[in-house]
Ligand binder design. Sequence first.
Ligand code: DOR
Ligand code: ZN
Length: 457
Amino acid sequence: MPASSTPDYVVTGATVVSHDGRHRHDIAVADGKVLAVGDGLAADGVPTLDATGLLVLPGLVDMHVHLREPGMTEKEDFASGTRAAAAGGVTTVVDMPNTKPPVATAERYRDKLELVRGKAYVDFGLYGMLDHDNAEEIAGMAELGAMGFKLFMGQTTGDNRCPNDAAIFRGLEAAAAADLVVGVHAENDHLLRMFGDRLRESGRKDPRAHLEGRPAFVEVEAVTRIITMATEAGTKLHIHHLSTAAGLNRVRDLRAQGHRVTIETLVAHLFLDDSAYDDYGNLIKLNPPIRPAADVEALWAGIARGDVDIIATDHAPHTAEEQAEPDVWQAYGGFIGVETMLPLLLTAAARGRLTIEDIVRLCCYRPAQRWSIASKGQLAPGFDADFVLVDPTVESTLDAAGLHSKHTVTPYHGWPLTGSVLATYLRGQLVYEKGDIIGEPAGRQVMPARRPATAAS
Ligand code: DOR
Ligand code: ZN
């Protein structure tokens, strides 16, 4: 509960959007927390923040970013990546462990916490890695506040040896004992390598070869295998960046049989289809790849039906030079996205693709709930006063030059937008306003509220 009963200020005149509705309410803020949400909260002597005509959303929680520390700071770092987050209305990010070196031991987890301390402009959680041989490190990382553990079943950026099934199962058991989520990159590594070799040997180097080398069944197989194993191990399972209609259908089938799993789709998989290879080349190389339009439609239908739990960005920066690489086998997968997620989703909302309540559910409420981030995801008394002021009607054009990442190459440059992030508040403090980052980095580590049993001992 907030320590004080007198607000530091009151947000007035706005429409507060939550995961299940929208209301004209004031928000009283005290000591960085929401003190009250309701009518007539403004009082004599209490400063007001007039948000008349605007929407107030909870700060977004992006469960999937790669801020590249340690070891790849030529691509991005905690300061630049979290400035981009703040400018995009994202007040909590969860950073992935495929760094150099990977965050696969408790010692490296501690080193990373030390390394990023004082650099973040928004709050952050850190994943550990479920490695090919690190089940005995899981409990130690959990004690240090790991949000969960990333399992790369298919190879991607960084030196991540994909674990075999025995190693995966041991890791799943250890994560279950720590009561933490395992988040999976679900692609079958052996099949990826085989198809990639075939295409390479045939002389292909064009961007579309990446898609052809990662057919949908490669995802379906990995999804089926990991759900099967996680159920057996009793592990909380999350599938990152599910990308195909077939993968989604398999998840639906397995859910119908009683398996429990949450799934995420990426902004990129919702806004780009394979026609984009002609326009953007290897800039849009992504693992899993940008798919045909039928898959994109299936993911949107999954959102409409409530099958999809979470939308995230997979903010995966590379240098401008790397993004221009013409040989698909030399190019890296991934591109930036944390700053453009909310503007793109607001634009989709303006076009009737989803509602702004859906955005709050998929990008705030459900991520906070799934990873037990107790203070985030809602604007209710006792929660952190993380909020975004949004004008849903402003028309603009996305300009890469205005973005805050180290390298601002984005396929969305020049796209028309409806809806804009005007200001972002982190625990009551203004951190972004109309193009500018405000103040010093004040981001703190967030961790799952339900501490693992091992932490008490
Ligand atoms: O394309 C990707 N890039 N997919 C991933 O899973 C990782 C990411 C990266 O780290 O570059
Ligand atoms: Zn990723």
